[in-house]
Design a protein around this ligand. Structure first.
Ligand code: SF4
Length: 912
């Protein structure tokens, strides 16, 4: 268990807790309690690389905001009280209303061992499958698509395929920002093999499209039509791998018939792509043997997500391009352990170890293995349904583990009101204050990354150890322990007496051998029966890991691929072609809601920012919620650049900063998913998102909600830097971001405060009269009534305590300069007065918005390096400014900035 003594001056090999790439991290603890992190050169997922988030992991380890003890109805209690209460509430609920009245909602942040225990309790002992996970929002459509085609949820390929493919098709995946280390792997491959081609299919021109690629700005929700067209094209143009299709698949005719219904002009119409662009893509696919199609949330988060997955798989099956080096459909998962959750039955329609809930033989085998009293025998509620059932009063006791559904589920305000009315809500989390923990009756403090031990599985089926290198703070406990202790108090002591994660891992791996192994993809029997020492020392390993051979070594391949020779996990061993007739999205734009909302991630943030918000460096990249829209839409709806706008759907509305760019498709608006009520006044975009789901996978449509936009008519705008974050903020719009030495705040309101000094005093958390102008060494005020500009600065012990810049229009002060003020000394009055100048003085160039987080290099520095110092490549710029030379996550942005600066230079030269 994680209570082992933590040694200082040691380096621990662990795994990054963010995305599904699953990078190996080396964490070194120092005597002063600080930790440094580097990429693990030996980890096969990243070979030493880390992205900006991974490289900043050590900056997120503080105990700031941590939940350190159980809280019952807001009061701190001991574990015994908390566990007894949780168990008794679940027992009462089950006895009174039946097993179907309780539910668990888990997270892809949990380790496989945590997931396994929670699933065992719910599906084998409580006897219902009402247990789902936020991975439902991430890749449930892939799971459903895999199962329809292969019989099991099997990822056929591995990361090595990305380096040996001759064509990579990226669909609905901003890999550069969401899976940066994989993106860098592709960049490196393309640099060494310039003949490697890339096609990026995405409505937006994202950072990923800055690669040397063919970008297809497809209309949202039309991917099925594009891939159906490809299937038809492949069939008609001699690309059918007949031997493979005949020997290893069924249903090709039906799929081709369904796919052939639309001709090229219709496909062009549906996708919004010119016919010649479509044909160019089809010819590339046709003429390249080694093709990998990488897809992610743009495919999965759709009301036709499962069909999109199968439309892609069909194209690989018909060409036999699957399971061979450089070939195959490849889903990359969002969360660090979405795959581990899938393996142990984290979704409400699965059993542990890829056993099927609907299969009696599987259920019986697992029941016997678990000695379970009451197995679930039908699928439970999927995420959206589960919270609908809470709202309808059908779920009366709910346990949420490590996730923030009040922000991350669609129609999030409905989720919030559902939790408000739920009779018993228990939440285990690492953070005390989230938008979801506000609704907990019982809060249970869980161990965080760096404190817990277990395993995770990445997108290529590679299992890695997450290892503890920090002591458990307060009375926090690992999730598996918390669940097991509740289970024991519910009367299931014998089945949940685990000694630690190694014990659970052993049970789980043994369970993968329960049913005939040739019908099963997931086989970990080769690493079952390992003792604690072997578990501790376990190297990353890709499954399957079959039973040990005679020599005693487990049998596995470094880069295992499935299906090159068929052997699918269906009854007849053949893959299924799935007919995927194109369906329009379930909703469409209307007069009232004429635009389409697309949600996603930004480079330096993770989920609802509970961890990444602790790093000032990461918050410097993008500090507030924004809405990216096309210039024509901006003009049509009177939205000005850098102003604020309202984004409204029939479910809710938010306020965000306008970013106007022709990288955005006309008619579509992109808003990041990260901001919550903890960091902004009204930026929870999922309260706008519709809860339409895919009929097969139950995954919500997070990328297609009809919306309206309108200007938020602020009468004043403000920007502040402060040492302390104010406890309460009253303006209609605010967004807070951690800065080195304090916070920065964006502000705006409908009515300018009558007394700006009084407003500032409240904002600065200082006593009345602190901003008295007579006190001019400490407080400085500049007021220009003609322009409506007010600037106020307050100093304490030669340091800036806070500064506020107010204007009638969006404040133009350099954000990076102002954030840096919190780290400077102000010895003289002249230095203090310079703050009121609202910008860097002579000899202090404005770096501009931060592009490279690792070395804090800004946009203006990069542009100057191009214009004045004639840098023309990312490498030249790196040599000059260091930008892009550490984690490399910013390299696509740098490349775009260089290209834009060069082309504007050319334009100017032409004018001359
Ligand atoms: Fe972590 Fe970045 Fe690697 Fe993802 S790509 S696992 S976020 S370091």
């Amino acid at each position: 268990m994680t209570s082992k003594a933590i040694k200082v001056h040691t380096t621990t090999a662990t795994t990054c807790p963010y995305c599904g790439v699953g990078c190996g991290v080396l964490a070194t603890t120092k005597e002063d309690g600080t930790v440094s992190v580097t990429g693990d050169l030996e980890h096969p997922a990243n070979f030493g690389r880390l992205c900006s988030k991974g490289a900043a992991l050590h900056e997120t380890l503080s105990l700031e905001g941590r939940l350190l003890a159980p809280h019952l109805f807001g009061k701190m209690v001991d574990w015994e009280t908390a566990l007894e209460f949780a168990a008794s509430q679940f027992i009462d609920c089950i006895n009174t209303h039946g097993a179907e009245s309780v539910a668990f909602y888990l997270s892809g942040q949990l380790l496989t061992e945590d997931y396994y225990v929670a699933n065992k309790l719910m599906k084998g002992f409580i006897g219902t499958a009402n247990i789902d996970t936020n991975s439902r929002l991430c890749m449930a459509s892939t799971v459903a698509g895999h199962k329809r085609a292969f019989g099991t949820d099997t990822v056929p390929g591995c990361y090595e395929d990305l380096t040996c493919a001759d064509l990579i098709v990226l669909v609905g995946s901003n890999l550069a920002w969401c899976h940066p280390v994989l993106y860098q792997r592709i960049m490196a491959a393309q640099e060494s093999r310039p003949e490697m081609k890339l096609v990026v299919i995405d409505p937006r021109k994202t950072a990923t499209s800055d690669l040397d690629c063919h970008h297809l700005p497809i209309a949202p929700g039309s991917d099925v039509a594009l891939f159906n067209g490809l299937l038809s094209f492949l069939e008609k143009n001699g690309a059918v791998e007949q031997n493979y299709v005949d020997a290893h698949t069924t249903g090709v005719r039906g799929a081709c018939k369904a796919a052939g219904k639309q001709g090229l002009s219709t496909i062009a119409n549906i996708t919004g792509l010119p016919e010649q662009e479509i044909l160019q893509f089809y010819h590339s696919f046709l003429g390249t043997e080694r093709v990998v199609t990488v897809y992610s949330q743009g495919v999965n988060q759709s009301s036709s997500g499962t069909d999109k997955v199968n439309a892609i798989i069909n194209c690989h099956l018909i060409t036999g391009r699957i399971g061979k080096p450089g070939c195959g459909p490849f889903s990359v998962t969002g969360q660090p352990n979405a795959m581990g959750g899938r393996e142990v039955g984290g979704l409400s329609n699965q059993l542990a170890s890829h056993l099927s809930l609907e299969n009696l033989e599987h259920r019986n085998a697992l029941q016997k293995f678990w000695k379970a009293p009451k197995m679930a025998n039908k699928p439970g509620l999927k995420a959206v349904e589960l919270f609908e059932a809470v709202k309808a009063g059908k779920i009366k006791a709910l346990w949420i583990m490590g996730t923030n559904p009040v922000d991350s589920l669609p129609e999030a305000d409905t989720v919030r009101s559902a939790l408000e009315t739920c009779p018993f809500v228990v939440i285990s989390d690492v953070v005390l204050k989230t938008d979801t923990t506000a609704y907990a009756d019982l809060l249970l403090p869980a161990a965080a990354w760096g404190e817990k031990d277990g395993t995770v599985t990445n997108s290529e089926r590679r299992i890695s150890r997450q290892r503890a290198f920090l002591p458990l703070p307060g009375v926090t406990k690992p999730d598996w322990w918390i669940t097991s202790e509740v289970a024991k108090r519910m009367g299931f002591r014998d089945a949940f007496c685990y000694t630690g994660p190694a014990d659970i891992f052993d049970e789980y791996t043994r369970s993968t051998g329960l049913v005939q192994s040739d019908k099963r993809d997931l086989d970990l029997t080769g690493i079952s029966n390992v003792d604690e020492a072997a578990y501790d020392a376990m190297s990353p390993v890709m499954w399957p890991v079959k039973k040990r051979c005679k020599a005693g070594k487990p049998s596995f391949e470094k880069n295992y691929r499935f299906f090159a020779k068929g052997h699918f996990f269906t009854e007849d061993g053949k893959a299924r072609f799935i007919p995927t007739p194109y369906r329009k999205p379930q909703t469409s734009p209307s007069k009232e809601y004429p635009l389409i909302l697309n949600t996603g991630r930004v480079r330096d943030q993770w989920h609802t920012m509970t961890r990444t918000s602790l790093s000032a460096r990461l918050m410097a990249h993008i500090g507030e919620p924004f809405a990216e829209l096309h210039p024509e839409d901006a003009e049509n709806f009177a939205i000005e650049g850098a102003s604020l706008l309202k984004v409204t759907s029939s479910h809710g509305s938010i306020i965000a900063r306008a970013v106007i760019t022709d990288r955005q498709l006309k008619g579509s608006v992109f808003v990041p998913m990260h901001w919550t009520d903890q960091f902004t006044a009204k930026g929870r975009v999922d309260c706008v998102v519709s809860s339409q789901t895919d009929p097969v996978s139950g995954q919500p449509e997070s990328k297609f909600t009809p919306i309206a936009i309108s200007p938020f008519r602020a009468s004043w705008y403000g920007f502040a830097v402060l040492r302390e974050k104010p406890n309460s903020l009253t303006p209609e719009y605010w967004a807070a971001a951690k800065a080195k030495g304090g916070w920065s705040l964006e502000l705006a309101g409908l009515q300018k405060p009558d007394d700006c000094s009084a407003f500032a005093e409240k904002l600065f958390c200082c006593e009345d009269g602190a901003l008295n102008q007579n006190n001019n060494d400490r407080a400085l005020v500049y007021n220009d009534p003609t322009k409506g500009h007010i600037r106020i600065a307050l100093f304490e012990d030669n340091q800036l305590k806070a500064a506020l810049f107010v204007a009638c229009e969006p404040v133009t002060v350099s954000r990076i300069w102002a954030r840096d003020l919190l780290t400077m000394n102000f010895e003289t009055t002249a230095q203090r007065l310079a703050v009121l100048a609202a910008g860097p003085g002579e000899g202090q160039p404005d770096r501009g918005a931060i592009v490279c987080s690792c070395f804090s290099v800004g946009l203006n520095q990069i542009t100057n390096a191009v214009v004045k110092d004639h840098c023309q490549t990312v490498n030249e710029l790196g040599a000059m400014l260091n930008a892009g030379t550490n984690c490399g996550s910013c390299r696509p942005e740098i490349r775009r900035i260089i290209d834009e600066a060069l082309s504007s230079q050319i334009g100017q030269n032409r004018k001359c």
